[in-house]
Write a protein of this length. Structure first.
Length: 202
């Protein structure tokens, strides 16, 4: 998992999120806030929601890939802190992630474990140091947790599933091949082929 920078929203979409958040905050009890958040989210349509989805999908790595697994195509908005547990964050921009159905609906669902100090054990893909919690076993193509948060995130999102390991292995082999092509082209003084290899690597 690599860090994904989050841009600011345009004023119209940002204001829409703030109005929705204020509406939920006015509810006096946790039960009514939860109900209001669920209903408001279910009925969220229009230009503002379209703009939010567009920004999230463009933030995604590759061709609109899932923020979490980077393999499957993202298809819906996930609430990093689940709206069932934190209804007040349902319309908070920094709580919205672009996810595939496997990571969102089948794996993560409403899981959100906390440590002894109430800190999140699930790594957010938009954290600046996100990648520091993981490393890749280049022999097996498996992602490995390098911290308690990394290990917890892998477990919750099922990031060790075989299809992901196979895709990582293919990517590693391709990268090794392209680096070899680049070095060979550099040795021959072939600027065109060197540039072509660099283009794929980047």
């Amino acid at each position: 998992m690599r860090s994904i920078p989050r841009p600011d929203l345009q004023d119209t979409a940002a204001s829409w999120l703030k109005r929705k958040t204020a509406f939920i905050a006015r509810k006096r009890s946790p039960a009514t806030r939860k109900s209001a958040a669920n209903e408001a989210w279910a009925n969220s349509r229009g230009n503002a929601m379209t703009a939010i989805k567009s920004v999230l999908s463009k933030m995604a790595p590759g061709r609109q890939r899932c923020f979490y697994c980077h393999d499957s195509e993202g298809s819906s908005i996930d609430h990093y802190r689940p709206k069932t547990l934190w209804p007040e964050l349902t319309f908070t921009w920094t709580n919205l992630m672009w996810a595939c159905s496997r990571c969102n609906s089948n794996q993560k669902r409403d899981q959100f474990p906390l440590d002894a100090n109430s800190g999140a054990l699930l790594v957010a893909p938009t954290e600046s140091d996100c990648a520091s919690h993981f490393y890749i076993d280049c022999q097996l193509g498996e992602i490995v947790g390098d911290s308690i948060r990394g290990k917890t995130t892998i477990e919750i999102l099922g990031l060790r599933r075989q299809t992901l390991a196979q895709q990582r292995t293919k990517a590693i082999r391709l990268l090794v091949y392209l680096i070899a092509q680049y070095e060979a082209a550099k040795h021959r003084g072939d600027a065109a082929e060197k540039s072509s290899a660099l283009l794929f690597i980047s």
